[in-house]
Design a protein around this ligand. Structure first.
Ligand SMILES: Cc1cc2nc3c(=O)[nH]c(=O)nc-3n(C[C@H](O)[C@H](O)[C@H](O)COP(=O)(O)O)c2cc1C
Length: 326
């Protein structure tokens, strides 16, 4: 399938996650079968003010592809300005994605993220302008609506299609739900058949069965793996492989998880340095061990005792020794 002129070879999108989908994380996940990835959301104003930290979120020459660069902002003027700078800087990306789903008050109170869903006309004007000015395909990531009483994803999808977007990702929760409760799949049955552009469906994809259900219910071309893939990269492989061959792969062994952890650690240190890696991996690496027996003490050690990358490497050696002796 294509998103605009970008060829997408598979059904799995790696969902944007602030603080997680760094370039090294995306490069780590790619070989498991990611057909499209997203940067974490990037502030348009951060780009306009040339904030150093913001610039580290932009794809570099080492990035995986195809990658959607996700911008958030609260006005068409600032989003357009940020786009002009990104183009001027020749940032290597494939798709421009606009965040219309972030529920965080610090974003919505300024008019960004999911608060756009409450201003469909302004949203239409902003997206039309971006589509007109962007040399790359423009996509959007939305939620069902602001809250239970204002579910308007259908109207928003049509406005976005009118504006000329090349695909839409829908997280099947309202803004008010944040990340809790369950995705409301009952509201999106056969949604794709009522749309003109490809649909990427997001919400509670934690197993291969979840992915199959989400696609069957909605008719979406792609499923977006977000929280379910953190610590479980094989989930992406299971989904990708199933849709390419019809074969269901087993869950990863502890040995495979250890190999994956070491690889992620290596890529992250190379890319982000030891200090940032240590902070980020204290949260991420223990998730690779969740569900594997006798690993709790190692999860705790990574989160609360490791004070250097060498400490983490030693803990992983210990996990490996234990796994081999069982
Ligand atoms: C920690 C975290 C950070 C997220 N950051 C972003 C983001 O920057 N942009 C975005 O569009 N969605 C973001 N999301 C939403 C996810 O991409 C996804 O739509 C959502 O988690 C639902 O999928 P899941 O239930 O399978 O995790 C984030 C989610 C989490 C848990």
């Amino acid at each position: 399938m294509y998103i605009g002129n970008i060829k997408i070879d598979g059904v799995v999108a790696l969902g944007p996650m602030a603080g997680i989908t760094t370039e090294s994380y995306r490069r780590f996940m790619k070989p498991y079968g990611v057909a499209l990835s997203y940067t974490e959301m990037i502030s348009d104003c951060g780009i306009i003010y040339r904030n150093q930290e913001t610039f580290t979120y932009l794809p570099s020459n080492k990035s995986d592809h195809p990658v959607a660069l996700q911008l958030f902002g609260s006005s068409k003027e600032t989003l357009l300005q940020a786009l002009a700078i990104i183009e001027q800087e020749q940032v290597p990306y494939d798709i421009l994605d606009i965040n219309l789903g972030c529920p965080m008050p610090k974003v919505t109170k300024n008019g960004g993220g999911s608060s756009w869903l409450t201003r469909p006309q302004e949203l239409f004007e902003m997206m039309s302008l971006l589509v007109k000015n962007s040399p790359k395909p423009v996509t959007a990531k939305i939620r069902l609506g602001w809250d239970e009483n204002s579910i308007n994803f259908f109207e928003i999808i049509h406005r976005l299609e009118e504006a000329g977007v090349a695909a839409i990702a829908l997280h099947v929760r309202t803004r008010a739900q944040m990340y809790s409760g369950f995705g409301k799949y009952e509201l999106v049955e056969n949604l794709r058949s009522k749309m003109r552009v490809p649909l990427i469906i997001s919400g509670d994809i934690f197993t291969l069965d979840d992915a199959v259900k989400a696609r069957n219910i909605t008719g979406a071309e792609m499923v977006m793996v977000a929280r379910g893939g953190v610590g479980h990269p094989h989930l992406i492989q299971q989904i990708d492989h199933y849709y390419k061959t019809g074969v269901k792969l087993n869950d990863a062994s502890l040995q495979e998880q250890i190999v994956a952890m070491k690889h992620l650690l290596k890529l992250s240190v190379e890319d982000r340095g030891e200090k940032r890696t240590l902070n980020e991996m204290r949260g991420t690496l223990p998730k690779f061990l969740t569900g594997y027996p006798h690993t709790k003490k190692y999860r705790v050690a990574i989160t609360s005792q490791a004070t250097s990358i060498i400490d983490i490497e030693n803990i992983l050696l210990q996990v490996e020794k234990d796994a081999l002796s069982v």
